[in-house]
Each structure stands twice: as structure tokens, then as C-alpha cells.
Design a protein around this ligand. Structure first.
Ligand code: 5GP
Length: 180
């Protein structure tokens, strides 16, 4: 069925179990707090949808879409906000929900913006983490899986806007890239 997939790295079942585990930890840690989950579009939406439904505490949800300005500013980590939050975050405990933490440049910049806007706390929850790729001085507070330095798709993650809908995290066959 998935004949463009070289290897399944993390199965649907493993993702489900880990997401529930993370949601239990967060529910416990944010029991008496005003939790705002910020889902980072587009990749973070699949994980966020599963994650918030496994929380046992009250939560509000907002969305942001960010992108790097390009090669010149890549190392500085300056990002362009393509879609901003709908509401004020002053005094809220913010949890950023992300698909993957790679170099960390995007989220380290975003974290500074959210703190400057008056969030009480800003933490990061990511389902995937590539520790070997880190450039920015930032670590996730909640991590699903540490993965090796390989390009992955599925569970929200795309290649050329495709494969976000795969229920697992996998690696594409090399010939898929050759088509581009
Ligand atoms: P960074 O942490 O480098 O600032 O950026 C993280 C973003 O890079 C993620 O939100 C995702 O969009 C993209 N990214 C990093 N690694 C991968 C990967 O293995 N697969 C896909 N599809 N996107 C990735």
C-alpha cells in the first residue's frame, strides 16, 4: 500500500502510546495552571490533535505558522510569522506543540517572541527530536522520540506538501526525491 516508503521508523501504535504518555505528564504538571497549547502549523497539527484529546485538564488552543526567511537569515534563526495567534497570551502558561525539533532555530526565536509578549511560562512539547542536528541553545521540555539525522515524513510531516496524512513516521525511498 505504501510502496513509496523505505522504512517505518515509528509505528501508529507507538505514536499513540507515547502521545498519551506525554499528555498524562502535561496534565499532571499543569493541573493548577492556565494552559494554552500553541500548535505550530502545518506539521504540528496532527500531533496536537491527538495530544489535546488525551489531556485530562482544561486547555485552550491557538495556532501559529512560521517560516524561515531563507538562507541568509537561517543561521540567525529569524523567522517570519505567516499566521499569528488569535488571542493575547499575557499571564498564560504556554506549551508549544511541534512535530519535530531539528536545529531548534525556529523555536528558540519563537520562544523569545512569546516571552516578550508576556506569557508566564513557555515550554516545548515535540513528538520528534533530532538531537544531533541542534544548533540553537534550546531543548524540548517534553519529547516523544529521539530520532537519528534522517529526513522523515508522516504524522504531520511533509515532503513537498505530501505524506502529512501517513499515520506513522517513515523514511521515503530515494526514488521519490529523484522525481523532484
Ligand atoms: P528547526 O528546528 O530546524 O528550526 O526547524 C524545524 C522544522 O524543520 C520542523 O518544524 C519541520 O518543518 C522541518 N523539519 C526538520 N526535520 C524534518 C524532517 O526530518 N522531515 C520533515 N518533513 N521536516 C523536517
Amino acid at each position: 500500500m505504501y510502496d513509496y516508503i523505505e522504512k517505518v521508523l515509528i509505528s501508529e501504535e507507538e505514536l499513540k502510546e507515547k502521545t498519551i504518555e506525554l499528555a498524562h505528564m502535561v496534565s499532571n504538571d499543569y493541573k493548577d495552571k492556565k494552559l494554552l497549547v500553541i500548535s505550530i502549523l502545518k506539521g504540528g497539527f496532527v500531533f496536537t490533535a491527538d495530544f489535546i484529546r488525551a489531556l485530562s485538564i482544561d486547555v485552550t488552543v491557538d495556532f501559529m505558522s512560521v517560516s524561515s526567511y531563507g538562507a541568509a537569515t537561517r543561521t540567525s534563526g529569524v523567522v517570519q510569522i505567516r499566521k499569528d495567534l488569535d488571542n493575547d497570551i499575557k499571564g498564560l502558561d504556554v506549551l508549544i506543540c511541534e512535530d519535530i525539533l531539528d536545529t531548534g532555530l525556529t523555536l528558540s526565536y519563537l520562544k523569545k517572541i512569546l516571552i516578550a509578549r508576556g506569557a508566564k511560562t513557555v515550554k516545548i512539547c515535540t513528538i520528534l527530536n533530532k538531537p544531533d542536528r541542534r544548533v540553537a541553545d534550546i531543548e524540548p521540555d517534553y519529547v516523544g522520540f529521539d530520532i537519528p539525522d534522517e529526513f522523515v515524513v508522516g504524522y504531520g510531516l511533509d515532503f513537498a506538501e505530501k505524506y502529512r496524512n501517513l499515520p506513522f513516521v517513515g523514511i521515503l525511498k530515494p526514488e521519490v526525491y529523484a522525481e523532484y
